[in-house]
Design a protein around this ligand. Sequence first.
Ligand SMILES: Cc1cc2nc3c(=O)[nH]c(=O)nc-3n(C[C@H](O)[C@H](O)[C@H](O)COP(=O)(O)O)c2cc1C
Length: 207
Amino acid sequence: MREPWVVGVTGASGTPYAAAVLRALFDADRPVDLIVSRAARLTILDETKSPFRDAHWRADLDAWIGRKTAQGDVRYWPAGDLAAGPSSGSYPTSGMLVVPASTASCAGIALGLSKDLLQRAAEVNLKERRPVVMVPRETPVTRSHLEHLIALHDAGATVLPASPGFYAAGAAASAEQLVDFIAGKVLDAVGVPHTLFSRWSGQLGAH
Ligand SMILES: Cc1cc2nc3c(=O)[nH]c(=O)nc-3n(C[C@H](O)[C@H](O)[C@H](O)COP(=O)(O)O)c2cc1C
């Protein structure tokens, strides 16, 4: 049975994090169901200068992540399609990764608003007690942001802020290394193998 990871990309800054997670899932031969929120089209356009269109999703995805996905197992569901597979708990998935996660999507999922397929799919994976990883990207935060993250934690999600450590590559880490650090932590959280960063060896300054 196909049990994809649902990857939800919201309109928070940080589309490179999503691209790195998608590449790593493909590298690990894991099937992916992709949902891109309406607002994420703006951040993808802003951060990559490329559009993301439902009708051209495969070509736009390839341009965005810099990879030919033709051979990969990826299924795309428009964010407005509330009848899509991941809108039901009977649709098999391994779980869901929301990367990056806007404050709006954190609030919507914490409150169960299901205002689009992305929020509905996250709620479904939580209610089915499947792994859900939320990668919030906002700073500074309000009390309500924090309360929504606590609600998500209590509902079973792993809250994994886009807050890269420098210990894997040192103070001269490139932006790509910092992005890969977060993507690697996302994959660690759900037990998918990767080589995105060097692990702590127990020795200071070993990088
Ligand atoms: C260029 C751009 C950058 C944004 N960056 C962030 C961000 O870092 N964090 C955040 O929570 N919202 C950010 N937003 C606002 C969200 O896109 C907005 O709240 C939207 O309603 C989120 O909808 P979604 O969760 O359905 O994707 C940004 C918007 C734009 C246009």
